[in-house]
Each structure stands twice: as structure tokens, then as C-alpha cells.
Design a binder for this molecule. Structure first.
Ligand code: PEP
Ligand code: MN
Length: 338
């Protein structure tokens, strides 16, 4: 961080700034050029907020080229991260699909869906047991019973499991059943949960909150990485915009931007963005074409009977058709799909 001082700064204003920086433990070097006086922070300044420095009367300009998300940044780690989900990689040479119902509902449903998806070469099964519903009157999920059904169905097909963890207090309970934790869009800002997941040793999938900037999303990942857990997967699932023709607006541009700024894998969830099943295939294809490492797709054996998100869930025929189209596309893109 470089701080350029105002030429009009008084000795008192300068002293005030210097005292602050020293009190916070930063070592400062002073430079003078013909035009101005600058201070450069020598020590790791990750915790120093440029806006706090700008607020001092002596300061003309702060130049801060470091991204605030250090560990998530490509500057720190140029090569792509491949996240290992119980032996199944996300990122790297192949395109990955995670699929399954929005909510775990009963044993038969989970068994039918896992059998179909497992037969198609899908290695990671999704399903919510703790559902963060907008309305408190909507189906809230089966809780631990749902986790058991999800695990049982996945095991019968040799699949891995991802499910949402809604609170830090539930991590231990989920740990018995899942291979990867999902942080829901509504929980992306829950720093208490993110910190707790940083202390676990399983991968964490972080959905982008509907109004989060790219920087806020990467800082959510940074919480997990800073806690010592290196396995984070980002998921773009649509953001809130003025548009009313879809549930959320899929931010396709976020994919190449994340690839530029970060080494972490990025998946796209076209289902929650679309809100309607016929929009899922075009959004899924756009996502892969834009460089996504894979997709998170809601699939149900009888979408019209689903207890949540039926309108956006693909039935088996719909999934099979999309899967075939994605296989052709992924082959053209040079990142084959199983
Ligand atoms: C889900 O995956 O079912 C879900 C609730 O997603 P989101 O957190 O993106 O709304
Ligand atoms: Mn859902």
C-alpha cells in the first residue's frame, strides 16, 4: 500500500496519521519526490483498510494494488486449484456435474434419482436436508433423517454427497453424512459459519449471495481458506436485478472474471437462476462455454410433486437430453464430461 500525502498537510496532520499506523503495528517508509511525499507500508498490510487511511486529513491518495482476498487470489497461486471431493475432482481437465433434487423428500425418491443419475455417470449427488426457505410456512427439509436418506441413496450408487449446512452448530451433524458442505446463497455473508468451515477438512461449496459483489464472494471464500481449509468451490447461481422474466439473473460474466482473479474452481447453478426448467439447458450451455468448471443442476423424478423448486427441476428425460448436449459441448471445449 502506498499513501501519497497532501502538499498542504500540516505537521500535526502528518503526525496523526503516523501515530495511527505505528499504533496498529505497521512499519512505514517515507519517500519524497519532486511532486509529493509518500509513505509505503513495509509489513504485511492485509488487515489495513485503505478507506480508514483515506479518512486522515493528511492523505491525498491511497494506492492499494493488493486484492483484499489474498489466499483466494491468482496473484498468490497462479495455477488452478482442483478440489477433491472424496476422490472426485472439481476443476482441472474434466467438466463436473453435481445433480439431484432441491430437497430430500423420502427414500423412494432419493433411490430413484440416485439410480438414474449414477447410471448417467454423475458422481456427486445433491439434496437439501435443511432448507433455507423464503417463507417459514414452506417445507423446511427432513433434517438428519434427510441426510441419512441422501447418504444411503448415494452409497448405493458409489456417489459422493453435498448438502447445505445452514449453521455452524450443525457442521458436526452433517459431517457424518456429507463429502462436501454447501453454503447457501443466503448464508454467504455468515462469517461465523465460514470460519467454522475453515476449521473442517472437507471441501466447501460457496453459493454467491444474490446481491454480493465478486469481491464479497471471494472474501467469503477467503474466510474458509484463512481458517486452514484449502478446498473451496464457488457457485454462481444468479443475482438480483431489475429483470422479472427469470427468478434471478445469471451473471455469466462472473465466470471469466473469477477465472482471472482467483485459482478456485467455479461452477454454475442454472436451476436457481432460471426458476423454470426450460431455461436450464441454454443457461447450462452458456456457463460451460464461458469457462465454468461444471454445473449444479436440480433433478427430480416427478418435478410436479416436488416439495421445493419443482418448476425449475429437470425430469429424467430432460436431464438425459441436456446431458447429451453438454457432452458434445464439453468435448468441443476440450474438457470432457463423464
Ligand atoms: C439450493 O441449492 O437448493 C438452494 C437453496 O440454493 P441457493 O442457496 O442458491 O438459493
Ligand atoms: Mn433449490
Amino acid at each position: 500500500m502506498l499513501i501519497r500525502l497532501k502538499s498542504s498537510a500540516t505537521q500535526h496532520q502528518y503526525r496523526e496519521l503516523l501515530d495511527y499506523l505505528e499504533r496498529e503495528g505497521y512499519e512505514v517508509k517515507k519517500y519524497s519526490t519532486d511532486e509529493s511525499v509518500c509513505l509505503s507500508i513495509l509489513k504485511d498490510a492485509a488487515s489495513l483498510d485503505a478507506d480508514d487511511v483515506r479518512a486522515f486529513d493528511a492523505v491525498e491518495e491511497v494506492v492499494d494494488s493488493r486484492p483484499p482476498y489474498r489466499r483466494a487470489s491468482r496473484a498468490l497461486k497462479p495455477e488452478d486449484t482442483v478440489v477433491d471431493v472424496g476422490g472426485v475432482p472439481i476443476g482441472g481437465e474434466r467438466t463436473r456435474i453435481i445433480a439431484g433434487p432441491c430437497s430430500v423428500e423420502d427414500e423412494g425418491q432419493m433411490h430413484r434419482i440416485a439410480t438414474h443419475l449414477g447410471g448417467k455417470g454423475v458422481f456427486i449427488l445433491r439434496g437439501g436436508a435443511y432448507k433455507p426457505r423464503t417463507s417459514p410456512y414452506a417445507f423446511q427439509g427432513l433434517g438428519e433423517k434427510g441426510l441419512k436418506l441422501l447418504r444411503g441413496a448415494a452409497d448405493s450408487q458409489g456417489m459422493r454427497v453435498v448438502s447445505e449446512v445452514p449453521a455452524a452448530e450443525l457442521i458436526e451433524r452433517l459431517d457424518h453424512y456429507v463429502d462436501m458442505y454447501q453454503v447457501g446463497a443466503r448464508n454467504m455473508h455468515n462469517t461465523h459459519l465460514l470460519k467454522a468451515l475453515g476449521r473442517t477438512n472437507k471441501p466447501v461449496l460457496i453459493k454467491r449471495a444474490p446481491s454480493a459483489t465478486i469481491e464479497e464472494w471471494l472474501l467469503a471464500a477467503e474466510y474458509v481458506l484463512a481458517g486452514g481449509n484449502p478446498s473451496v468451490v464457488l457457485v454462481e447461481r444468479g443475482i438480483r436485478s431489475f429483470a422479472r422474466h427469470v427468478r434471478y439473473t445469471l451473471d455469466v460474466s462472473a465466470i471469466p472474471i473469477i477465472k482471472e482473479l482467483s485459482h478456485l474452481p467455479v461452477l454454475v447453478d442454472p436451476s436457481h437462476a432460471a426458476g423454470r426448467r426450460r431455461l436450464v439447458p441454454p443457461l447450462a450451455q452458456a456457463a460451460l462455454a464461458a469457462g465454468a468448471d461444471g454445473l449444479l443442476i436440480e433433478v427430480h423424478d416427478k418435478p410436479s410433486l416436488a416439495r421445493s423448486d419443482g418448476a425449475q427441476s429437470l425430469d429424467f428425460d430432460g436431464f438425459d437430453e441436456l446431458h447429451a448436449a453438454l457432452q458434445s459441448l464439453a468435448a468441443v471445449l476440450g474438457r470432457p464430461l463423464d
